[in-house]
Design a protein around this ligand. Structure first.
Ligand code: WTA
Length: 642
């Protein structure tokens, strides 16, 4: 049954209950000026008729042809939204602003800054032209509707050009986070059979250049589907250049027209694939579509982020994760506002860089992760206190549970006790914010509040029965929403098995949570096979399989253990081959090995050499038991333990 043994490492119940008593309400003035001042009424209206709510949302976008049905649920769980509608994600994010509103031409779409202080800005018209040139260049290189394009780039404007150009052609982008290794990139390219790859010479991190091109080169050696590599000159770094496949971005687009055709896509045509970690060592290619995804993301911009048309929005995620896709790129552009991109570390050259960027670019909405807030807390409140940040009106948190202490610090020192915090729970698979307050809602420090309008969420036991208030259980979504995952690329069986087979008729999120007496959700973390290290999603099985690929390792069990800043860090239990002697040098070597196999994103905090691992009768490693032992907690139900 559901195991609460790990409660302590996720969140102290007493802590939560204490913080659940205090409500943080927006000021009357603030509330009156939000898009939806009556929180409860907004939820009730949508709940009465969610399909109507979503249909009205769809009407805010431009369609080449209107849908004839909002939701088709005949072939469960392969749901279709806005059936027979024709549209395009990039058209809605960009072209329609240019075609419908001359005022949008000179409005800033992107403000970019990097660690070294370089700034580049693009108006909507400039962005439109850049994208069009790239569309024409890509088509000339044989990229067609339905093809896959891999993108392995830093957080720079060209990643936006590339993603939008793919969508405009009707090709699917597959963005791979630049903290992944050559092997991880190659696996993802192979799975998607991507024809071309976008990368850059490098990216600045803490004053050093990360050599992305060499990693991309290694990946391309393994992944044969790639015929061309387009390289952005970002750092003027010296890189290897293979003239047969490599071309500089500027040369690639040179001479192409800045007017381009936009593909009329079906609402349900895939717009992109984004690989994410799950229970097995093979990442899942999550598919999102042109219609429903755009509708859902835009709706959250208006409801959660309270966008009215002129905001400057800064989401500090990386474009390689879903948060970057939906809230650096598509959300702000669909809403026609300005997105801020920052390439670099948040504490460079000093711990007030974030607050400086907010002030300099007049940011109105700051959307970040608990791990960053905790890192800033460590430097001390004096850094945000030294900055008034008068333009800030709304804050956001995402990626992992935010502890009440970090929440309060964020609220007080960053938001100056006047900016509500939107703690948004959602996933790569959900496409957009799912459990979240709206700016008019009374908040509780550390709770993701209630489901977004039109969404029905619940906490249940293994049989799918709602559990009582205050009791932990599995988080599920009982109905459908337009931004939902449509399938796993080339693996519909896995889609059914992972999300729709645990609780009949409901989406199984893989998180544990409980609800309090006011219906507020408190997320406790993942069920035990996915890790969240500094908000980055990594599969335990992926890490284990990379350990096992080392010749000295027979078996590996990996768990997440709590960390005051990163939320969770990785601890590995390793069984060595009979002839291998355990040593500290070997630990170092194994850590390096995993870093090479998966990438710097997989930092191993600790390794312990063991004789055996706890297993079920069927041979599955019981990570839950490893973790409970590590943390000195009760083992919970061990009836299946051999
Ligand atoms: C976790 C990120 C608590 C959760 C958007 C989920 C959160 C996983 C929150 C998805 C939050 C995300 N509070 N936990 N506000 N937001 N999570 O796919 O465990 O990278 O299942 O998507 O992050 O991670 P992913």
């Amino acid at each position: 049954m559901f195991n609460m043994a790990n409660k302590k490492d996720k969140r102290e119940l007493t802590d939560v209950l204490l913080s659940a008593q205090k409500l943080y309400k927006p000021s009357k003035e603030f509330q009156k000026n939000t898009n939806f001042p009556d929180y409860e009424k907004t939820l009730k209206t949508a709940a009465k008729n969610p399909l109507k709510f979503w249909e009205e949302a769809a009407e805010k976008l431009s369609w080449f042809q209107k849908w004839d049905q909002v939701l088709d649920d005949k072939n469960k769980p392969f749901y279709k939204w806005f059936v027979n509608g024709k549209c395009n994600l990039a058209y809605n994010a960009l072209d329609r602003h240019i075609e419908n509103n001359p005022k949008m031409h000179n409005k800033k779409a992107i403000i970019w800054e990097d660690e070294t202080g370089r700034v580049r800005k693009f108006t909507y018209l400039e962005l439109y032209k850049e994208v069009n040139k790239l569309v024409n260049a890509m088509k000339n290189s044989g990229v067609e509707r339905g093809d896959r394009v891999a993108i392995y780039m830093p957080n720079i404007p060209e990643i936006v050009f590339a993603m939008l150009a793919c969508a405009k052609i009707g090709a699917m982008h597959s963005v791979v986070y630049a903290g992944f290794s050559a092997k991880a990139l190659a696996d993802r390219i192979e799975d998607a059979q991507a024809k071309i790859l976008f990368t850059a010479d490098g990216s600045f991190r803490r004053g050093k250049i990360i050599d992305l091109k060499t990693i991309a080169d290694d990946a391309v050696k393994q992944a044969k589907s790639v015929k061309k590599v387009i390289v952005v000159k970002n750092n003027n770094a010296k890189v290897n250049f293979n003239k047969k496949v490599d071309i500089w971005y500027n040369d690639f687009v040179k001479g192409f027209s800045d007017v381009a055709h936009c593909a009329e896509m079906d609402s349900e045509d895939p717009a992109f694939v984004l690989y994410t970690s799950g229970t097995t060592s093979k990442p899942k290619g999550v598919i999102h579509v042109h219609g429903g995804y755009a509708v859902n993301v835009l709706q959250t911009m208006e409801y959660v982020w309270d966008v009215k048309g002129d905001e400057i929005f800064w989401c500090t995620a990386d474009p390689g994760w879903i948060t970057g896709h939906s809230y650096i790129i598509y959300g702000p552009l669909l809403a026609g506002i300005t997105t801020v991109m920052y390439e670099g570390m948040p504490d460079m050259p000093k711990p007030d860089r974030i607050w400086k960027v907010v002030e300099k670019h007049k940011v109105n909405v700051l959307y970040t992760a608990p791990t960053l807030i905790r890192a800033m807390m460590k430097y001390g409140a004096k850094w945000p206190q030294a900055h008034k940040m008068p333009t800030l009106r709304l804050l956001g948190s995402v990626g992992e549970p935010i502890n009440p202490e970090a929440w309060k610090w964020y609220y007080k020192y960053v938001g100056k006790s006047k900016c509500p915090i939107m703690d948004t729970w959602w996933q790569t698979e959900t496409g957009a914010n799912m459990l979240t307050p709206l700016p008019s809602a009374p908040l509780k420090a550390g709770s993701a509040c209630k489901p977004f309008p039109g969404i029905i969420a619940d906490v249940v036991d293994k049989k799918g029965k709602s559990v009582p208030v205050g009791k932990g259980g599995y988080l599920i979504i009982r109905n459908q929403w337009p931004g939902m995952i449509r399938t796993i690329f080339n693996n519909p069986e896995r889609y059914i098995k992972t999300y729709w087979s645990q609780v009949k008729g409901s989406y199984f999120a893989g998180d544990v949570a409980f609800k309090d007496k006011d219906g507020y959700f408190w997320i406790q973390g993942r069920t035990d096979d996915v890790l969240k290290v500094a908000g980055h999603r990594i599969g335990t099985a992926e890490v284990e399989s990379s350990f096992v690929s080392h010749k000295a390792v027979v078996e590996a069990g990996v768990v997440g253990v709590p960390d005051p800043i990163k939320g969770e860090v990785i601890k590995a239990f390793i069984i060595l081959t009979a002839k291998t002697k355990p040593s500290d040098e070997l630990k170092m070597e194994l850590k390096k090995h995993v870093r090479k196999e998966i990438g710097p994103v997989a930092v191993i905090k600790d390794i312990e050499f063991v004789e055996k691992l706890p297993k079920t009768r069927s041979g599955k490693i019981m990570r839950r038991v490893l973790k409970a032992k590590e943390l000195g907690l009760p083992l919970g139900d061990t009836s299946s333990l051999v």
